[in-house]
Design a protein around this ligand. Sequence first.
Ligand SMILES: NC(=O)c1ccc[n+]([C@@H]2O[C@H](COP(=O)([O-])OP(=O)(O)OC[C@H]3O[C@@H](n4cnc5c(N)ncnc54)[C@H](OP(=O)(O)O)[C@@H]3O)[C@@H](O)[C@H]2O)c1
Length: 330
Amino acid sequence: MEHFKALWTEENQDGSFKTSLQDLSTEILASHEVLVQVLYSSLNYKDALSAHGHRGITQQFPHIPGIDAAGIVLNDASGKFQAGDQVIITGFDLGMNTHGGLSELIQVPASWIIPLPPNLSLKRAMQIGTAGLTAGMAVLALRQNNIFPDSGEILVTGASGGVGMCAIKLLHHLGYRVLALSGKAEMAETLIKIGASRVIDRVEFMSEKPRTLYPMTFAGGIDTVGGDVLVKLIKSLQFAGAVAVCGMAGGVDLPLQVYPFILRGARVLGIYSADSPLEKKQDIWNLYANEWNYELEAIAETINLVQAPEVLSSMLEGRSHGRYLVQILD
Ligand SMILES: NC(=O)c1ccc[n+]([C@@H]2O[C@H](COP(=O)([O-])OP(=O)(O)OC[C@H]3O[C@@H](n4cnc5c(N)ncnc54)[C@H](OP(=O)(O)O)[C@@H]3O)[C@@H](O)[C@H]2O)c1
């Protein structure tokens, strides 16, 4: 194969960015060890940033975005994988400064690759993707910090997003009582259907007068929003509560005093899935293949590469919801 199809993000002369489906030469792929035919990818917030020229994610353009890929090994110069092996690649530098998974082909180091576990399909792996992997790591972090289903309610922020919906499904599956914080009234019914016991409107939640501490309400939280929403969540934790901090869809600043920590023993658990050790990622994939093998169709919409740029734009504007599975071949 000398040419392949992929999404291509280019910088326009006026400094804006355009992402479109292009026929590209295989010569542009990095000379890493393993060539993979991608069958499925997915969309994550980081892809939206990369596809819109965010230099914190991608420094060099033109570029193929896509931090997730699942497919079949075509050849491996390292000898670790055989042609025909089914594999998953998420995170590391994929889709950042290495051409990414929104493409028929990727070429990556063998050290980034996870063999597809038995009982998991390539399609399901990408319905989960980085968002599900991150939600999984967040839930495990809460458990490791003694936040169990009988501890009390867990607040998931950015609830209608990819990480948010994955977190709600997983917490519900494990028997937790989940509250969903969302800015989208129209998503309330869906959030209840997938396992939230109640939906809290984000504007209403944030309308309360700022206080040093709020009543002790939540046993734990999974936060994808950051900023003032995260501050209020930390100040509203029960004694020895914990929040797994994943994202910054709403802001990066954390204006906070030390009181929740020294008066209530609040704990903040940082989550970063992209560069997690391969073994840690493998553990989560194994859980999704077995104990966490619940249905995901309700939260994942299937789209193709042509539809992806529009969805990536809607993500940055906060208009998207749930997971987007990208089927690479028509
Ligand atoms: N740490 C990690 O390893 C890791 C991994 C994956 C993702 N992330 C991060 O997690 C965040 C969510 O990722 P995602 O893929 O789930 O993105 P997403 O699908 O775009 O979801 C983000 C959600 O956040 C809420 N939101 C958007 N803009 C907001 C704003 N201005 N203020 C408050 N809330 C806002 C929206 O939910 P509602 O309308 O329902 O409120 C939106 O659906 C991103 O910051 C991403 O970079 C981190």
